[in-house]
Design a protein around this ligand. Structure first.
Ligand code: PLP
Length: 425
């Protein structure tokens, strides 16, 4: 594996096509995957139980035979047409059936494209420029979302990446997550300039940070009063937390986002993503409206086949299984860490969880960053040594699938005491 990593680094920047894969924050060489099946990934010489799940898409487990068969069948009929297909309409109808706020939907190829287009659409529809995001939420790598949070309560436009023109991020405001006062203050002073708030359904890109009860509904209320739109980014949580994503389990205080974005599970591992929501807003997209968006591979027939099959298979039993498995796994990890006296909190929303190395739950990015981050690398490497593949960063959620059965969870937990001892040092 180290040899392959050296070879990769000679020809691919950092040896990877997406930065977190490089093991930068845990050290060592990444696992180069040859194939995957169910809860397992395989390198050339070893089997691992996988808790990365392709960073979310593998809700049904890797290479589900029915999904693979659907893709093979679609492939035999042609790889890409650049013309409408019945499968796109079918997938659109499936999503609209499951997620009530979605009246119309447009398919794109990546989550980044979905949020980028949703933001452009919100700006076009409202005729306003300011977009509000929360520190620690990730919405993809489009220029105007690569914004660092400063130390103030609201920070205007400081780019977190080289190569992003200053002007591009000037209209992005970063606020601390779960902080209603900061939102109210911003809306009181700039409300009439705000096009949209974009927020993850439940943040899971700074580890998992649950929204405080009613927070998303509060955001919608603020947007509605100011004539702005709420974009609920469900790229990661959509079709994972329930058939209707985070929105489906977040109705204690009911709210309806104006736009939602999807990715990951919607394609079951194939490159497809989407934005959807209010028909009157969606109709502002070209060719009906003045907001431009297009894509050579949008609605690709292999990807729509995988998406239709994945959503059709994601029934109540799947959600019960992932909920049960993630609960058993997080309980087991927690017991092992407690036995070694390691301060920690399980941060959880539905079947998504992460371990925070602090005994105080985190409600925003600053609190997440203040944990004992150094404990994660030894914890991670002990498990990797024992054949368990965790996300290689303390800022990521753990993804279980419907193939993570009790037996698989028991195997993971058998390795937990040693990992907890490593974390304790
Ligand atoms: N939005 C959220 C919430 C995500 O988690 C991600 C990716 O992890 C994205 C958007 C970007 O999606 P993609 O990596 O498909 O561009």
């Amino acid at each position: 594996m180290a040899d392959l990593f050296t070879r990769a680094q000679a020809v691919i920047p950092g040896g990877v096509d997406s930065p977190v894969r490089a093991f930068g924050s845990v050290g060592g060489a990444p696992v180069f995957v040859e194939r995957a099946s169910g809860p397992h990934i395989y390198s050339a010489d070893r089997e691992y139980i996988d808790l990365v799940g392709s960073w979310g898409p593998a809700l049904l487990g890797h290479a589900h035979p029915t999904v693979v068969e659907a893709v093979q069948k679609a492939a035999s009929k042609g790889l890409s047409f650049g013309a409408p297909t019945e499968a796109e309409v079918e997938l659109a109808e499936l999503v609209i059936d499951r997620v009530e706020p979605v009246e119309k939907i447009r398919f794109v190829s990546t989550g980044t494209e979905a949020t980028m287009t949703a933001i452009r659409l919100a700006r076009g529809f409202t005729g306003r420029d300011l977009v509000v995001k929360f520190a620690g939420c990730y919405h993809g790598h489009e220029d105007n979302m690569l914004v660092a949070a400063g130390s103030g309560v609201a920070t205007f436009g400081m780019s977190s990446s080289a190569g992003v023109p200053k002007g591009t991020v000037e209209d992005t405001v970063v606020l601390p997550y779960n902080n209603r006062e900061a939102v109210e203050t911003l809306f009181a002073t700039h409300g009439e300039k705000i096009a949209a708030i974009i927020t993850e359904g439940a943040p899971a890109n700074m580890g998992v940070v649950p929204p405080t009860p009613g927070f998303n509904a509060f955001l919608k209320e603020q947007c509605e009063k100011a004539g702005a739109l709420l974009i609920l980014d469900e790229v990661l949580t959509g079709f994972r937390l329930s058939k209707a994503g985070m929105w489906g389990i977040d109705q204690d205080v009911p709210y309806t986002p104006d736009l939602l974005t999807f990715g990951k599970v919607i394609g079951g591992g194939m490159p497809i993503a989407a934005l959807g929501g209010r028909a009157d807003v969606m109709d502002w997209l070209a060719p009906l409206g003045p907001v431009y968006q297009a894509g050579t591979l949008s609605g690709n027939p292999l990807a729509t086949a995988a998406g239709i099959t994945t959503l059709a298979l994601a029934d109540d039993a799947v959600y019960e299984q992932v909920n049960r498995s993630s609960q058993a796994l997080s309980d087991g990890f927690s017991q092992a860490l407690s036995a070694e006296g390691v301060d920690h909190t399980i941060q959880r929303v539905g079947s998504l969880f992460s371990i925070l190395f602090s005994d105080t739950p985190a409600t925003n990015y600053d609190e997440v960053a203040a944990q004992d981050q150094f404990r994660y690398a030894p914890f991670f490497h002990s498990l990797l040594e024992d054949g368990i593949h965790l996300p290689p960063s303390v800022f990521e959620a753990y993804f279980v699938s419907a193939t993570h059965t009790d037996e698989v969870i028991d195997k993971i937990l058998a390795a937990a005491p040693k990992a907890a001892r490593a974390a304790a040092q």
